[in-house]
Write a protein that binds this ligand. Structure first.
Ligand SMILES: C[S@@+](CC[C@H](N)C(=O)[O-])C[C@H]1O[C@@H](n2cnc3c(N)ncnc32)[C@H](O)[C@@H]1O
Length: 278
């Protein structure tokens, strides 16, 4: 039984941060002509209607995508993501939000392939509808934490595994760590991006330590913190852990993160943590 529905959170600050970085990760892998695979272990439904009652309930998108939609001045690092957000909407009203599969689809080249996975039966039906005409796209419906076993290594030998669980059940951090361990055993050179809510330092640190233990790969820890008062009772900080990040990706995160912080909050009570873990 799945209680979590991403529609309540679509387009919030966490989505904006992760999707802006996701766009740049895909583009970095595409610097060479060789094909890549994009594997989305927890894909959601693709497009999110922001006029839907679930999106309207807390209007989380107002503090996220709503703060950047229609921007006219921004660094080039954010423009691929902003262009996708704009192309998902007509005119100056923010009515729809593109989820991770839609972002990947926009960036897909002729030689690339998408593997999208979603376990919620109703969500996967919507995802199949959204992606029915997409080329070189496979939609699966299995436990996303097992995907690193079932689809790796990819024939392309180059790719990004994006793991974006809902963290609404016990032991999900533990399951993420085990899934990445399996992934690194089968596909050691893959790029892995794991999204997580920042809860407390020890939970994050335990995840980092476990990921580091498997083959001591380079790991970039990128987190964004917004003032708690803006999000009463809700998450105010999140991160992306990137295993095998592209060369100097931390400087891309830096530019995107700082620009987003300026749009999300002008009080200064916010910060970016962006560090390679030795
Ligand atoms: C945070 S949302 C994903 C959002 C999506 N990645 C995006 O960025 O647009 C997490 C998704 O994981 C799905 N889910 C929950 N448990 C899962 C599991 N064990 N395997 C695969 N999907 C799962 C939920 O139904 C939900 O759609």
């Amino acid at each position: 039984m799945f209680a979590y529905r991403h529609h309540f959170h679509a387009g919030n600050f966490a989505d904006v941060f992760k999707h802006a970085l996701l766009s740049q990760l895909i583009l970095s892998l595409q610097r060479k002509d060789r094909p890549i695979v994009y594997v989305d272990t927890h894909a959601g439904i693709g497009h999110y209607d922001l006029t839907h009652p679930w999106a309207i309930k807390n209007k989380e998108f107002a503090q996220g995508a709503g703060r950047i939609f229609g921007s006219t001045e921004y660094p080039p690092e954010i423009s691929p993501y902003l262009e996708i957000l704009n192309s998902d909407n007509v005119g100056s009203y923010l009515l729809r939000y593109p989820g991770s599969p839609v972002i990947a689809r926009h960036l897909l080249r002729q030689q690339d392939r998408l593997v999208l996975n979603e376990f919620n039966a109703s969500d996967v039906r919507q995802l199949k509808l959204v992606s029915q005409d997409w080329p070189r796209t496979e939609v699966r419906s299995e436990d996303g934490f097992r995907l690193t076993k079932s689809v790796l290594p990819p024939k392309e030998r180059r790719g990004l595994i994006f793991m974006d669980p809902s963290y609404d059940r016990p032991a999900e951090f533990e399951r993420v760590a085990s899934a990445i361990e399996m992934g690194l055993k089968k596909f050691a050179t893959g790029v892995y991006a794991i999204w997580y809510p920042v809860m407390n330092e020890s939970v994050t640190w335990e995840l980092i330590q476990r990921v580091k233990r498997f083959g001591s790969k380079p790991v970039l820890r990128s987190e964004i913190y917004l003032p708690k008062v803006l999000f009463p009772g809700l998450m105010n900080a999140c991160g992306l852990l990137i295993v095998n990040p592209p060369y100097q990706f931390e400087s891309v995160v830096d530019v995107i993160g700082r620009w987003l912080l300026g749009r999300f909050d002008s009080s200064g009570d916010c910060r970016l943590l962006n560090q390679m873990i030795d």
